[in-house]
Design a protein. Structure first.
Length: 189
């Protein structure tokens, strides 16, 4: 990693996980395999910041540590990239177990339980799907109906949130990484 840490992919240690490495890597991983509108790729880092914002708006009473979990929900992708679900299934290895070990190390590094409570995972997944719906329709060329079939139509969002999501613009990698680190610092206070 750029921090100088050496991360063992088969036995990842929380001691080898640094937020700057996560932010840097995620800011350079393109969602939608880079097939989005705009001058820049829409990064996983920017997506994670949006998911944390959505979780915060959807569940205002949520404990801040679970908001941190939302920011970190795709952190494993700083090492392994963003692969679409059908490709993960086609790999023929237990990708989920591999990804879970890495996420456990990330969670432990930042004071979260290795495994998140089911209810929290569900809340984060709901925000993740809401983000994916808007990313698909605003940036990736999906028709509204098609995105709704894949991700469900987001419900219960404030009008201001919907307006903001309908104006998604991919950030340059440096800005996306900086936004990720800034959000992390706010949540770790």
């Amino acid at each position: 990693m750029l921090s100088g840490r050496r991360l063992d992919l088969l036995e990842p240690s929380p001691l080898d996980v640094e937020i700057e490495d996560i932010a840097h890597g995620l800011a350079r991983v393109a969602r939608w395999n880079g097939q989005t509108r705009g001058a820049h790729a829409f990064s996983v880092a920017q997506h994670c910041v949006i998911v944390e914002q959505l979780v915060s708006e959807m569940y205002p009473a949520l404990d801040p540590r679970w908001r941190l979990a939302a920011l970190l929900h795709d952190a494993s992708e700083y090492v392994i990239g963003d692969m679409i679900s059908p490709f993960k299934a086609a790999l023929g290895i237990d990708y989920k177990a591999f990804e879970a070990r890495l996420m456990e190390a990330v969670h432990l590094r930042f004071g979260l339980p290795a495994e998140l409570p089911h209810a929290v995972e569900k809340q984060i997944k709901r925000a993740d799907k809401a983000s994916a719906f808007y990313e698909a329709t605003v940036l990736a060329g999906f028709e509204d109906r098609e995105a709704a079939r894949f991700f469900g139509r987001p419900r219960g969002l404030a009008t201001a949130t919907i307006a903001r999501m309908q104006k998604l613009t991919p950030l340059p990698a440096e800005e996306a990484g900086a936004a990720y680190v800034k959000k992390f610092a706010q949540l770790k206070l």
